[in-house]
Every structure is written in C-alpha cells, then in structure tokens.
Write a protein that binds this ligand. Structure first.
Ligand SMILES: *[C@@H]1O[C@H](CO)[C@@H](O)[C@H](O)[C@H]1NC(C)=O
Ligand SMILES: *[C@@H]1O[C@H](CO)[C@@H](O)[C@H](O)[C@H]1NC(C)=O
Ligand SMILES: *[C@@H]1O[C@H](CO)[C@@H](O)[C@H](O)[C@H]1NC(C)=O
Ligand SMILES: *[C@@H]1O[C@H](CO)[C@@H](O)[C@H](O)[C@H]1NC(C)=O
Length: 475
C-alpha cells in the first residue's frame, strides 16, 4: 500500500501549485486522475488476491488452519509469564493441514503399543474399568477437544508429575487438534501395579506407567526424564543427546579405559548393592570399575562431576536396573561403549526394541555375575572390532530410534490407539484443573529455577507440519 500512498501524493502534488514549477491543464489533470485510479484498482485487486491465495496472518487466524505449503512461516506459540492471572489461552489449538501420508516409518519398538493394549482389544475399555485404576493412580489425565485436564489423587517423588504432564502438553502443541479425547489413569512411582494374576485380562483397569514386566499389564509411557530431571540436573533429552554426541568424540573407543564402568546410586535395590562386590579390590580384579553417585554432594558442587557426557571414558559400560527400570539406560547406551546389560526384569517403552549381541552384551544376574563381567571385558579386549561395533550399534539405536520426534510419536500413537478402545465419552471431571504450558511453566518455574529452564528448553515452539511416523503392524 505504500506505493499507492506515494502515488496519491505524487498525483496530488502534480495538480497543486505547491512547488510552482509548472501548472497542469484540466485535460492533463483528468488523465492523471484516471491513471491513478487505474493503478489503485490494480494494486487493490492484487493485494486481495495474494491474501486469499497464500493466507496472510489475518486470514490464517480467521480460518484457524495453517496450510502445509507455508511451513517456512513457522507459527510460534505465545509464551509470557507476565500475565499473572495464569489462565490458559483460549485460542489454541489450531489445526494444521498436513500431507496425506507420512513417509517416515516408526521404529520397530512401537509395535509394543499393540501388545500393551491387547487385553482390551476385543471388548474395549469401559468407564468402570478406568475408574478402578484410580486406586493406583497419581492423577487422571483428561483430554477433551485438544485441551488437557488433570485430577490429582496423590503426590509423587520430586517433579515426576510436573514433567510427565509437561511432556503431554508439549505433545498437544506438536500435534494440535490431533490427539483424540480420552481419560486415563497415570501412575508415577517405580512399582508396577496391575498384576496379571489379580485380573481377568479383559476387565483389568488400564493404567499408564513408566515400566512393566512379565507379571503385569501396566501400559508403558515415556518417563519424565525426557523433559528433564530437575533435581539432579539431568537436562531434557534433546539437549542431553546432543551433549552425548559431542562427548563421544572426546575419547576414541580404542583409547578408552579397557574396563567396565558404572556410576550411580546402589542403594535403591539389592541387585545394585550386590554388584558393588564386583568392584576392584585387593583380592580381585573383575575388570570392573564402579563408582557411587552421591547426589547430595553433587548438588552442593553444582553437578560438575555428574555430567553424563563426561562418562564415556571406558570401553564398556554396565547397565543395571534400579528398583525397577532405570532412566540411565538411554544415557549408558548412547556412549559408544559396549553395554554390558545385566538382564533386567522391567522394561520401558523403547528398551523392548533392543537386540542382544547386536546392541548390547547380555549378562544374567547370578552368583557368577562378577566372573561373567570379567569374561565379557576380556572377550571385548581381544575382539576390539566386534566390541566396538556392538557399542556403536547401541548408540546408533538410541540416536536414531529414540530421538525426541519418535518419543512424541510413540506418545501420540499410544494415546490414539488407547482412545479408540474407550467405550464411553470422556468428560471433564469436576475436580480437574485445566493445564497448559503457560500456567505450568510460570507456576512451577517459581519453585526453583531449573524447572523453568528445563521447561523453556524442552518447550515445543511450533506445531509439526508433517504427520507422525507410520505405525508398524502388530506382531
Ligand atoms: C508479556 O506481557 C506483558 C503484559 O501483558 C507485556 O507488557 C510484555 O511485553 C509481554 N512480553 C513479551 C515478551 O511478549
Ligand atoms: C486477574 O483477575 C482478576 C479477577 O479475575 C482481575 O480483577 C484482574 O484485573 C486480572 N489481572 C490481570 C493482570 O489480568
Ligand atoms: C571401586 O574401586 C575404586 C578403585 O579402587 C574406588 O575408587 C571406588 O570408590 C570403588 N567403588 C565402590 C562403590 O566402592
Ligand atoms: C548364591 O549364593 C547364595 C549365598 O551366597 C546361595 O544361598 C545360593 O544358593 C547361591 N545360588 C546359586 C544358584 O548358586
């Protein structure tokens, strides 16, 4: 429009005796006005046309739809804590038009979504079944029309609840308008709950949890650490994964110490305490070097010595589960060292895609574990190419199959498949609070700075303009 205004000024000044250089005859003035009107009409039509075709901001907001072709124009969600009333915005979610089919196939471990939901596949999930899960759950999550509501039943350890809910909210931002309505019960503890022996599988309460084992029917969901473990300064997974990629470059595999390394808190399970007996001593050298992580001390010293990316110093790394599954598995596997995996009882969502001898070296927990660790290290040191290959394959699995995009896709597919089984219409319970990124980051962020930093760091800033990956068929 700037051009139009300049034209108006030019034509007007031509006719006016402002500058006094020359004056126009009436014929010339008419000609000028005609030319002006002609140009004005042309540019107005062009402007309308362009807006309607490509969709400028006004049209897009109005239509509440974003064309996939305009992916170069990234829509950023507003985020501002200055609005102290902390109300959730009313204008989300927008819907994003996406390409018809997604060319990306999901990693094979997503197949387990079908397995986890199999008990309810034939008869579906009734409201009564969901309600019975309440005895175990920390909270009920309700999604209605793209908005999330939480009804809290019991507190939990540290900020597991906060970052788990945060993760779900980020999923809603990544795929606005795509996550279907649902109600579900979520457990945040270490234990598994729904024992197979206690229930007819088809009538068991469906309960979401971080892990499962052969004895239980808990539905597995990514744990809080993917958005950060604020208390111990383990940063959001996207950041940590980048740091590990860099950390891996520091010491080449062959230059790493030819021992098996583990660092952690042993006092969470008997298995871990037992493992400590394999440490180097005056009597034995099982090729194992174990270190106790004292989180209290680390916290006093700014977590300088607990950085995961600085722990890729040995050719072999030991994984041992804690009370149940351990969030450490992804960090250990991502080190490019061969993982000596003490065969766990519990599984989380992605570990079900790991293949023994391809991604890790399995070791049974027996009275001979120390000896088996020693033998594995000896084998690796005399077959360095093979050992290095297993180490790299384990890291590659994590880098490629466990990138944040796939974590969100796992959540998306699991929630979508779960929602299809519901035999009732999800409603917002009277005791539930609406949650959204805005209120959460501002409110929780006040508790201590790291919570807010991790949230800002792991926040989904724009919706994705491609569809989630394509699910593999059931086994
Ligand atoms: C946040 O909101 C306040 C008050 O509504 C406004 O003054 C401020 O400019 C906003 N900040 C940003 C970064 O948008
Ligand atoms: C917050 O809400 C109260 C009452 O609902 C209202 O009086 C006040 O003006 C609001 N403040 C802001 C900053 O929106
Ligand atoms: C294991 O042995 C190493 C080397 O002697 C020592 O530094 C470390 O503290 C020991 N770890 C445990 C858990 O005792
Ligand atoms: C392992 O050791 C414990 C005690 O040291 C013993 O009671 C148990 O029988 C042993 N188990 C096997 C399988 O040898």
């Amino acid at each position: 429009m700037g051009i139009c205004f300049r034209l108006v000024y030019w034509f007007w000044s031509q006719g006016a005796p402002l500058c006094g250089h020359f004056s126009m005859s009436p014929v010339k003035r008419w000609a000028s006005i005609t030319i002006f009107i002609f140009f004005f009409v042309i540019s107005f039509v062009y402007w309308i046309d362009k807006s309607a075709l490509t969709g400028n901001y006004f049209f897009r907001t109005f239509a509440n739809t974003i064309s996939p072709k305009k992916s170069s124009v990234q829509v950023e969600f507003p985020f501002n804590c200055s609005n102290l009333n902390l109300t959730c915005p009313t204008n989300h979610p927008v819907t994003i038009e996406k390409e018809e089919s997604s060319p990306v196939a999901c990693p094979a471990y997503m197949r387990w979504i079908h397995e986890d939901l199999r008990p309810w596949k034939s008869a579906g999930i009734t409201r009564d079944m969901v309600e019975r899960g309440r005895d175990y759950a920390n909270f009920r999550l309700v999604i209605v029309k793209g908005k999330a509501y939480v009804e809290t039943y019991r507190g939990t350890f540290q900020t597991r609840d906060v970052f788990t809910i945060w993760g779900i909210l980020q999923l809603l931002r990544l795929y606005p308008g795509m996550v279907p309505d649902l109600e579900l019960m979520f457990c945040l503890g270490d234990e598994t709950h729904i024992k197979k022996r206690d229930y007819q599988p088809t009538s068991a309460p469906p309960v979401f949890n971080y892990c499962e084992d052969d004895e239980t029917l808990d539905i597995v969901f990514p744990d809080w650490s993917f958005w950060g473990w604020a208390e111990v300064d383990i940063k959001p997974w996207r950041t940590t994964l980048e740091a590990l990629k860099e950390g891996n470059k520091k010491i080449k595999w062959k230059d790493r110490k030819p021992y098996a390394f583990w660092k952690g808190n042993p006092y969470v399970s008997k298995k871990r305490v037992e493992l400590m007996k394999c440490n180097l001593s005056n009597k034995n050298d099982w090729n194992v070097r174990l270190y106790i992580q004292d989180w209290g001390k680390e916290s006093e010293h700014g977590f300088k010595n607990s950085k995961l990316e600085d722990q890729c110093t040995h050719r072999y790394k030991i994984y041992i589960e804690g009370k149940t599954w351990s969030v450490s598995e992804k960090y250990i596997l991502a080190c490019n060292s061969m993982t000596l995996l003490l065969i766990p009882q519990y599984r989380d969502f992605f570990t079900r895609g790991l293949v023994p001898m391809q991604h890790y070296w399995p070791i049974k927990i027996t009275n001979n574990t120390c000896r088996d660790l020693k033998l594995a290290v000896e084998w690796g040191n005399s077959h360095t190419d093979k050992a290095q290959e297993i180490g790299e394959a384990g890291s590659k699995f994590i880098l490629e199959n466990l990138k944040m995009d796939f974590v969100y896709d796992y959540m998306f597919h699991l929630l979508s498949e779960y929602s299809k089984l519901l035999k009732f219409e999800p409603i917002i319970p009277p005791g539930a609070l609406e949650v959204c990124s805005e209120t959460m980051a501002c409110r929780e962020g006040n508790k201590f700075g790291r919570i807010k930093n991790f949230m800002v760091e792991s926040m989904v800033k724009s919706p994705k303009d491609t569809l989630p990956c394509t699910m593999p068929p059931p086994l």
